[in-house]
Write a protein that binds this ligand. Structure first.
Ligand code: DTR
Length: 353
C-alpha cells in the first residue's frame, strides 16, 4: 500500500523538477536569463539606455534576472528588430520606429514637425500617446518603454548657411526626414544610423540630419565640421519584448519591468538632452566645429516649407482609418502639458569660433 502512494508522489516530484530545469532561461538557481538586442554601436544613446535598464532590472530583482546585451547589431539589425523579437530571436529589442515609417503610423506621428522642444518632453509625449492609443502595431509584443531623440539638425562637411547651400547636397537621414530634406532642396540618402559612419567616410554622403549627440558618440565631429541648427523633428524609439517570454516571467519580475516603463522613458529623455549639450561642447572645443544659427527670417522660411507635411500626413493616415487629426492634436496638447520640463540645458546657442 505504502509503495503505491509513494511511487506517484516521487514521479510527480521528478516531473516538476524536470519541468523547472527545462524551462527556457531557468537554471538550478532560478536565474532568468534574457537577451537584449540593439542595432547601433555601444557608445550611442540607445545602448546607454539599454545598459541603464539592464542594471536597474538586475538590481531591483536582486539578481534574479540577468540580461545579456547585444549592441551593434550583433544579434539583430536595425530593420529586423521588431520581427526578430516577435519570432524570439532576441527576448528584448530596441528599435527606431522611423526606420519602418509605414509600420508604426501612430507613434511615428511624433516625428512630424510639430515643435516638440527636446527629448525629455518628446519621450513623455510619446509615452502618453502610446498609452492613449495602444496601437495595433505593438499587439504582438510587450512594450517595455519608449523614448525619443532630441530634435534633428544638420551636420555637414561644408557649411550650410542657406537653402542655397543645401540644394542637391547628399545628406543621410532616416525615415520621415526624407520629406523634410526634399522640401529644403537637399538630396536625402536613406540608411540606418548604424550604416552612416562608413557612408560618411567613403564620401557617399556629405553629412547627415539627426540629433547632435552622434557628433561625439560616433565621432562625426571629425568629418562634419559644421552644424546648422534647425531643431526640426524628434525620432521615436521603442523597447519591446517577446510576448511568450514576457508571459512566462514571474509576477514580481513583471512588476519591476512595468514600474520601469515610464521612468525609463523619462530617464532616457533627460540623458539625451544633457548628452547633446556635452557632445556639442566637446565638438566645438576639440574639433573646432562651427555652429551655424539661422536668423529669424531664414528660420521662419525653413519652417514654413515644412508646413504641408503634417497636413499630408493627416490625409494619408485618415485614409488608412486612423484618427489622424486627433493624434496630431493630442501630440500638441501632450507637448504643451510637459513643456514645463527642463528644456535642453540651453537652446544650444553654443558660441561659434
Ligand atoms: N535620428 C534617428 C535616430 C537616431 C538618433 N541618434 C541615434 C544614435 C544611434 C542610432 C539611431 C539614432 C536617425 O538619424 O537614425
Amino acid at each position: 500500500m505504502k509503495q503505491r502512494t509513494f511511487a506517484p508522489l516521487t514521479l510527480g516530484l521528478l516531473a516538476i523538477m524536470a519541468a523547472v530545469l527545462l524551462l527556457p532561461g531557468a537554471s538550478a538557481a532560478e536565474t532568468i536569463s534574457l537577451s537584449y538586442a540593439n542595432f547601433p554601436p555601444a557608445p550611442t544613446f540607445p545602448c546607454v539606455q539599454m545598459e541603464r535598464w539592464k542594471a536597474e532590472v538586475e538590481k531591483r530583482t536582486n539578481g534574479k534576472v540577468q540580461i545579456k546585451t547585444y549592441p551593434g547589431g550583433t544579434l539583430l539589425g536595425a530593420k529586423e528588430m521588431m520581427d526578430g523579437v516577435i519570432a524570439g530571436q532576441a527576448d528584448i529589442g530596441n528599435l527606431c520606429m522611423a526606420y519602418q515609417p509605414g509600420r508604426f503610423i501612430v507613434t511615428n506621428a511624433t516625428s512630424l514637425p510639430l515643435g516638440i522642444p527636446n527629448a525629455h518632453v518628446g519621450s513623455l509625449v510619446l509615452w502618453d500617446l502610446y498609452q492613449k492609443y495602444r496601437p495595433k502595431a505593438f499587439s504582438q509584443v510587450k512594450v517595455l518603454s519608449m523614448f525619443t531623440t532630441a530634435p534633428a539638425n544638420i551636420m555637414s562637411k561644408k557649411p550650410v548657411r542657406s537653402l542655397e547651400d543645401l540644394r542637391g547636397l547628399d545628406l543621410r537621414a532616416s525615415g520621415g526626414a526624407a520629406q523634410i530634406l526634399k522640401a529644403w532642396g537637399a538630396n536625402q540618402v536613406g540608411m540606418p544610423m548604424s550604416a552612416t559612419p562608413e557612408a560618411l567616410q567613403k564620401g557617399v554622403v556629405q553629412g547627415l540630419f539627426s540629433s547632435l549627440e552622434v557628433m561625439k558618440d560616433l565621432k562625426f565631429a571629425e568629418t562634419c565640421r559644421y552644424v546648422t541648427m534647425t531643431d526640426t523633428v524628434i525620432y521615436p524609439f521603442a523597447v519591446v519584448m517577446n510576448m511568450a517570454r514576457w508571459e512566462a516571467l514571474p509576477p514580481d519580475v513583471q512588476k519591476v519591468m512595468d514600474d520601469l516603463k515610464r521612468e525609463q522613458a523619462e530617464w532616457t529623455g533627460i540623458y539625451m538632452d544633457g548628452h547633446v549639450k556635452k557632445a556639442m561642447d566637446w565638438s566645438v572645443t576639440t574639433h573646432k566645429v562651427e555652429v551655424i544659427n539661422l536668423d529669424a527670417a531664414a528660420q521662419a522660411e525653413w519652417d514654413q516649407r515644412l508646413q504641408f507635411i503634417t497636413q499630408e500626413w493627416i490625409e494619408g493616415a485618415k485614409a488608412k482609418g486612423f484618427p489622424a487629426g486627433a493624434i496630431v492634436e493630442d501630440i500638441k496638447a501632450f507637448s504643451a502639458k510637459h513643456s514645463d520640463r527642463p528644456a535642453r540645458p540651453q537652446k544650444l546657442k553654443i558660441s561659434t569660433n
